[in-house]
Design a protein around this ligand. Structure first.
Ligand code: NAP
Length: 471
């Protein structure tokens, strides 16, 4: 890591010194134009601004010229257009001056896919003789000014002319940014949508956990608060503070963890059914697969909450009252609770499974951090996320199953025909584990492995080739 950053720095410094005399023109002396121009000036570029009112614009360091658009355009063959798309049509009057020059489009829109054409393609249409490059739109004026580029160093660059793109990427590197080549100008629309996306991968996990939380909450309120009130007139509303959240959180953690692995199973079933890996998955499945890391992290957050809520159980007043009442009851009736090793085994196993499951859960979370995942190879990453992930799911499911213990068979578990919430939370993880167990059987695993290596059931080669390729 250290090596890379040193290389990057020295590369940036080299670029810096080799480009010292290069003049870059910036159209527009607004927030972004000024920030980018000043930053380039600090990095050794000669900067000239093109403005509608060159005489009015101040706040530029000594050495930066502010001229009219036509005059400024003559000074450089690379012009950064730091102007909103809505005003681009004024550029048509400078078509001659801009002929053959590199125009860098840095603009963003207010809404995703606001226009049918990307801003960069629109610019290319307005000034057909220029070479258009899209870049710098993911960097904010504030970040350039304050120098705190840590949050957003990546600059996505695209354009049809390779040389122009390379020059813009060199400027990016010289400014200490990390340019990423996104290909031709057709990628501009996607690049323009990047800064408008608000945690795109987190929406599905967060909505899903909100829906599940509401469902489990209402379910618990009916079972744990309304039912005892109706049947015994007992006020159990204090369960809302700790007992009910501590039933919802583990359930959510377990369900979301299982939902991390369910799309992989659905994908495997689809591949087996289609007999090929070359058919596209439905969009919802693609999106679900892309959100797995976020789903896992939300699950881990709920597991943390469950651990914290569980740790306070011994200091709860209600629990101490219940314990004391039981002791007093035994004294009054002169009956001692039997020493029951089976029950102790169950309790201890349930706790041990929970502790181990949580430990592996945390390990999974740590390995998903980019700083850690960058240090392991693909096989190691897959081993941790898949094999250890399934082991975590098995341990956490077993933790819940053992918690239920004998109560699963007892009719007292039902209240208004509703079983305890932990029974419901076991449905998804048990389904995932059973399906996974079926899929690892050789009769399914072997054809699946072949399909994933590129074999197709309906291809001519499979039909007329050697018999080994039959499923
Ligand atoms: P701004 O502060 O409003 O500046 C825009 C500049 O455009 C003005 O200062 C003006 O410069 C020029 N201009 C305004 N009306 C014009 C017209 N009718 N004809 C010609 N020129 C006109 O906006 P900004 O924040 O710098 O944003 C400029 C571009 O950068 C936008 O496309 C934006 O999406 C993009 N961007 C901004 C940021 C950011 O953090 N601000 C980040 C990424 C991308 P003169 O008075 O000198 O002519």
């Amino acid at each position: 890591m250290e090596k890379t950053s040193l290389n990057e720095t020295s590369f940036a410094m080299n670029m810096n010194s080799s480009n010292k005399q290069e003049t870059v023109c910036v159209f527009g002396t607004g927030d972004f134009g000024r920030s980018l121009g000043n930053k380039m000036f600090q990095c050794g570029y000669s900067v000239v601004f093109g403005s509608r009112n060159p005489e009015l614009s101040g706040l530029h360091p000594k050495g930066i010229e502010v001229l009219s658009h036509a005059e400024a355009a003559k000074k450089s063959d690379l012009i950064i257009i730091a102007i909103h798309r809505e005003h681009y049509d004024f550029l048509t009057q400078f078509a001659e001056e801009l002929q053959g020059k590199i125009l860098v489009d840095i603009s963003n829109n207010l809404k995703i896919n606001q226009y049918p054409k990307s801003n960069a393609e629109y610019l290319a249409q307005l000034v057909p003789g220029a070479k258009i490059v899209k870049a710098f739109n993911t960097i904010s004026a504030w970040a350039l000014q304050s120098g705190t580029l840590d949050a957003s160093r990546q600059v996505f660059v695209c354009g049809d002319d390779k040389e122009s793109k390379q020059r813009v990427m060199d400027i990016g590197r010289a400014l200490g940014l990390a340019p990423v080549d996104q290909g031709s100008l057709m990628a501009a629309k996607e690049i323009e949508n990047y800064p408008l996306q608000l945690f795109p991968m987190w929406k599905f996990p967060l909505y899903l956990s909100a829906i599940l939380s509401i469902f489990y909450f209402v379910y618990c309120v009916v079972r744990e608060i309304i039912y005892p009130y109706v049947h015994e007139g007992r006020d159990s509303t204090f369960f809302l503070a700790i007992s009910i959240p501590n039933r919802i959180f583990p359930g959510l953690a377990l369900n979301l963890l299982a939902l991390v692995y369910l799309p992989g199973i659905i994908a495997a079933i689809l591949q087996l059914y289609r007999g090929t890996k070359y058919s596209r998955f439905p969009n919802w499945l693609d999106h679900w697969m892309l959100c797995r890391k976020q789903l896992g992290l939300v699950a881990l957050a709920f597991a943390f909450l469950h651990v914290m809520y569980t740790l306070v159980i011994p200091i709860r007043h209600y629990v101490r009252w219940k314990f004391n009442s039981r002791v007093i009851e035994q004294i009054k009736t002169n009956k001692t609770e039997h020493f029951n090793p089976t029950s102790f085994w169950l309790r201890d196993s349930y706790l041990a499974l929970g502790i181990l499951g949580f430990f592996l859960f945390v390990l999974l979370g740590i390995t998903s951090l980019p700083s850690v995942s960058n240090m392991v190879n693909w096989r190691e990453f897959r081993f941790v996320q898949s094999k250890l992930g399934y082991l975590t799911l098995i341990l956490c499911t077993a933790h819940t199953l053992v918690f239920g213990g004998k109560r699963f068979l007892s009719p007292s578990i039902l209240r208004w025909y509703l079983p305890s919430v932990y029974v419901l939370t076991l449905i998804i993880p048990c389904t995932v584990l059973v399906l996974k167990f079926i899929l690892v059987m050789p009769c399914f695993d072997q054809p699946l492995t072949k399909i994933r290596q590129g074999w197709e059931r309906n291809s001519k080669k499979a039909q007329f080739g050697n018999g080994n390729t039959e499923v």
